[in-house]
Design a protein around this ligand. Sequence first.
Ligand code: ATP
Ligand code: MG
Length: 217
Amino acid sequence: MNQQLTLALSKGRIFEETLPLLEAAGIRVAEDPESSRKLILQTNDANVRVIIVRASDVPTYVQYGAADFGVAGKDVLLEHGGEGLYQPIDLNIAKCRMSVAVRNGFDYASAVRQGARLRVVTKYVQTAREHFAAKGVHVDLIKLYGSMELGPLVGLADAIVDLVSTGSTLRANDLVEVEQIMDISSRLVVNQAALKLKREKLQPILAAFEQASVQRA
Ligand code: ATP
Ligand code: MG
């Protein structure tokens, strides 16, 4: 069996924070995606290559076997649904939280108490729907692809559901965090067929990732 492995990563923090885990498995990526325009990056291991895809596309590449494994945020995995994916390890990287935020001065608590119907903008429609349904809060969800913070400032929405780490983007846009929905970190996802067919090549890498990420936890 061909033991050639393809790893799907997104540019930015996931790529940066996965590098030390790859290093722990003896794998060094030959090029930097920030300076190279290449979407397929070779490594020092002739049997391992890295493809650079949108963060939200990582589960799709792995699900269909175009990548054998990948790294994706819990936020992205919940929206995707995880179909066809084996999720063995929480890598404890790219940590943040998913939260509800509103414009400074908007009384979220009393709006909820009064049973008001809230307009919410988010990229995370599935997760947001489940969160508000579980709390019995009535919402109209509006899907956006970015710059969620703008929604409440221009009258598109009362609230946003988005990822927060330091809170500085919220503060810069006069928004306040009113509810934390869940903690987010990135997970390793593996194609279920690759896990069986390429076990020999995959297993030592998964073990090294696991050990390196436990040390980070
Ligand atoms: P795209 O540009 O493809 O729409 P994106 O903007 O979500 O994707 P990033 O901002 O690089 O891409 O985020 C990738 C992942 O990193 C997210 O899915 C999430 O798990 C994590 N992440 C996002 N924002 C933060 C943050 N502020 N702090 C820590 N991790 C974050
Ligand atoms: Mg982003």
